[in-house]
Design a protein around this ligand. Sequence first.
Ligand SMILES: [Zn+2]
Length: 364
Amino acid sequence: MKFPYFKKQLSLIPYGEKLSIGATPDFALEVTDPSGLVYEILCNCNGSNTIEDIYKKIKNKYKDLRIEEVTEIIDSLSSYPLILEDYAITVESSLTPREIERHSRTMNFLSNFDYLGTEKVNYMKKIINSNVLIVGLGGVGSSLAMNLAALGVQRLYGVDFDKVDLSNLNRQLLYSESDVGSLKSEAAKEKLDKFDSSIQFTTFQLEITCTEDVERLIKEFNIDFVFCAADQPSIWIYKWINEACHNTQTAWIYGGNSEASSYFQTIIPNETSCFNCRELNLKQFSAEGYFKYSEVKKHGYATQNNCLAATSSCITSFMIFDFIRHITKFESPRVVNQLFTLDYRDYTISYLPVEKNQMCNCQK
Ligand SMILES: [Zn+2]
């Protein structure tokens, strides 16, 4: 390791003759450090000191210290993942100085999943370079747009046909009182442009009415990932996006709020079950359930929703983590082949299996 760098997000807690590296109970590494030598070494692992520099800085404090001991301690700490990384490798990237500063805390977070300590910049670049489409800029869509912008996605696309209403302010965090009566597509763009001028947020005043509407956007803007945050028309909006994403092999997530719970499912074409599998499973295995579902397709769900900014934010957070997993590839998305639900009455999280249906187009 040429320029050892101690991850700044980890706490370094000397107590008695011990040193705790990290503060999370099942993660922290506890070492015996009666002289405080390990602590001193880690404090000097700043990414610009070489091992020799570190040795020179602390040798006066530890009279009999040899450089081999410093090397040995750094080598043994390097064998624990997630503590040290080699800064010479991680800064070697095409990120601009502004990007390094703007995304430094996101990269700290990503480095929690980066066992080699060399991948966080690559993860960040994948996030920055992704083209993400959000269908529906209401409660969930607002939270998604703000979260994705904060996360660092540089090219965001948003679709909504509606105008801002006073009753939207309880959950749609993109809008303010002064936006009431304005188009959501315009007010949302204004908000995100002010938030970070480096983000290209392109919005469309458009009502999605068929598969082709979505497919056209995916193709025209080279979309890598779609979030469906719209719930109207009930079920159909998911079916259209499902088909468009199947045709273009685009990963997507649908999610929203229903009565006292929130839900979502992540769909990766060619790998997981899809929304249509869910419908076919119901048709095949539950005649009554399918009958009820068919009625919803005709008449829709409730006419007025009951969600909060808080419920939209909760489900959005989980959706974003599955997006990060898929885009960076540090791990596979978690909520595949199942529907995640979070119940606010007792905070129960449930997973309803959505198995692949062999009759579905996605399996052919
Ligand atoms: Zn399917």
